[in-house]
Design a protein around this ligand. Structure first.
Ligand SMILES: [Zn+2]
Length: 314
């Protein structure tokens, strides 16, 4: 289907394609039209449903349950902090030893990206799983915000988890991160402009999102797991993020691809008309191994279906 509808990112209205995508995660099967821009390749829902909340039941994964209240043994805390120091390329013999047994707890946390005392903001934090985990690894100044929380979950010196929209924020941060939330926002340009104001002059921004025009989109089209209609309003590409960054006065410093076996296992299930579940027992161990191997290969050539965009001020 071709239609003259303008792309909400770059404005192009020539040769854009329209796809019919079904709600598959919850097996509701409602249909939504998505535009695929022929210029920036951004995939976007044409009309955002008036009531999106019915597609976010309270059992939606990021809000399943807050994970607070567990007391961390001080010895375990020190080991975790040592492990992270080692992965952040600081000299830490104990961390080096622990690293023989434990992987990097935050694969997206590149050396030099963030320091333990930095003011950190997580936008769209859900129940705060990531920042709590960061607190337990030694970070001291963490704020998470999510407008879809029922109420504030935590407000203490080292960590705040607040029911707030990005536009209600005014402090400035050394590091702002948006983990798989940017694709849910219906005004990406406005959000990025606001996020820019929340960054200190040397502040850094990380946006982790699914990316369109990737192998998994080309292979599975509307059965692509990460399309996730209608919750994902924009499936960006490097081109569309570049355009948004330019408009906001930001620059892209680096892009890392971090897709996983899920792009294959979950999309294959959608192709067979199964709703989402973490149960992949229908695939053999060999198949699962191949899914992971293929994801790794795609990440290396920049064609995985999820990426980490590292940005800073121009
Ligand atoms: Zn476009």
């Amino acid at each position: 289907m071709e239609k003259e509808i303008a792309c909400k990112i770059c404005g192009n209205s020539q040769n854009n394609r329209v796809h019919i995508a079904k709600e598959r995660l919850l097996n509701m099967k409602d249909e939504f039209l998505y535009l695929e821009c022929s210029n920036c390749y951004c995939l976007q829902i044409i009309e955002t449903p008036a009531d999106l909340s019915k597609y976010y039941p309270s059992a939606y994964y990021s809000f399943q349950k807050p994970v607070f209240g567990l007391k961390l043994n001080p010895f375990v805390y020190l080991l975790k902090k040592s492990l992270l120091r080692h992965y952040l390329k600081k000299f830490d013999p104990i961390g080096a030893l622990v690293a023989l047994f434990l992987p990097h707890p935050f694969q997206w946390m590149r050396p030099g990206l963030v320091e333990f005392n930095d003011a950190i903001l997580d936008i769209g934090c859900g129940s705060g799983r990531i920042i709590q985990s960061m607190q337990r690894s030694g970070f001291k100044n963490l704020t998470g915000i999510d407008p879809f929380l029922e109420k504030d979950l935590q407000n203490s010196a080292g960590m705040k988890i607040l029911k707030k929209d990005v536009f209600e924020m005014s402090d400035q941060y050394d590091f702002v991160m948006i983990h798989h939330a940017f694709e849910h926002m219906d005004q990406p340009e406005k959000v990025l402009g606001k996020v820019k104001d929340l960054l200190k002059p040397k502040g850094k921004l990380l946006i982790r999102i699914p990316v369109a025009n990737s192998h998994a989109w080309r292979k599975y089209r509307t059965h692509w797991f990460a399309l996730d209609a209608p919750r994902h309003l924009f499936l960006h590409t490097t081109h569309s993020i570049q355009l948004l960054a330019d408009k906001a006065g930001l620059k892209i410093d680096r892009i890392d691809y971090d897709s996983s076996y899920v792009q294959f296992a979950s999309s294959e299930k959608y192709l067979r008309n199964f709703p989402y579940s973490g149960d992949f027992s229908m695939f053999s161990r060999e198949q699962m191994k191949n899914f992971s191997k293929e994801a790794k290969r795609l990440n290396e050539i920049g064609d995985g279906d999820c990426a980490c965009f590292y940005l800073s001020l121009r």
